[in-house]
Design a protein around this ligand. Sequence first.
Ligand code: ADP
Ligand code: MG
Length: 262
Amino acid sequence: MATEDPAPATSNISVRRGDPLVVVKDVQKHYGDFHALKDVSLTVNRGEVVVVIGPSGSGKSTLCRTINRLETITSGTITIDGKELPKEGKALAGLRADVGMVFQSFNLFSHLTILENVTLGPIKVKKMKKADAEAEAKMLLDRVGVGHQASKLPAQLSGGQQQRVAIARALAMKPKVMLFDEPTSALDPEMINEVLDVMVGLAQEGMTMVVVTHEMGFARKAADRVVFMADGQIIEEASPEEFFTHPKSDRAKDFLSKLITH
Ligand SMILES: Nc1ncnc2c1ncn2[C@@H]1O[C@H](COP(=O)(O)OP(=O)(O)O)[C@@H](O)[C@H]1O
Ligand SMILES: [Mg+2]
């Protein structure tokens, strides 16, 4: 669990400890008879970067999707910035805008230009003026290094570029927290770093982030904490250095040994 202790000196970036921003408490999630999240509790403080790691099927995506309320929970509570996630309606749309999400598959609208993909949410949900939304979008696209591609369609961009657009699109909603669910898993190896670099930059700027990834380099560089999941449970939490060098549980040891050797 999060503590108020100063971060260990092993973290490569200055660690910020804010107030709790995402609080997942005693959450159970079932898909029919299948128990996907078993009494999961996790607090992510403002400005903190938490990497979630664990074997396939352990519930990492489910956890992300419940935080964003793409999935309902069976019991427990999830609060974002002190507010419990509403079940539906306008309040849900508002709160969902506080949570930016980037998926493994970039999920851009294929018939819209890059610029339109980024301005859609701000115009439709935030009721921003088109010109303002476009100015903001161009700034964000520049920031992730694809400003010159604004008038193209997603299919004309590489996977790495599309994923950076997806990050810009999420940022355009000015989220309080960003969730990344294996954002580089679908990318060719040479494109992974261009996406991770953008994420490291965001982390350094103080964005609160929950990142499902097996990229240990990213975890070591940017994470304040690593959370290891298996079988729908959080098995252990530690600083990246501690987790990667001294995993406590047999499940984590086993997982890491496979991760390193394949
Ligand atoms: N919509 C669904 N319906 C039924 N079972 C699901 C659904 N989504 C995920 N699951 C199951 O829940 C478990 C956790 O899945 P997931 O959260 O995607 O794991 P991870 O992201 O760690 O690979 C898996 O066993 C998966 O098959
Ligand atoms: Mg997953």
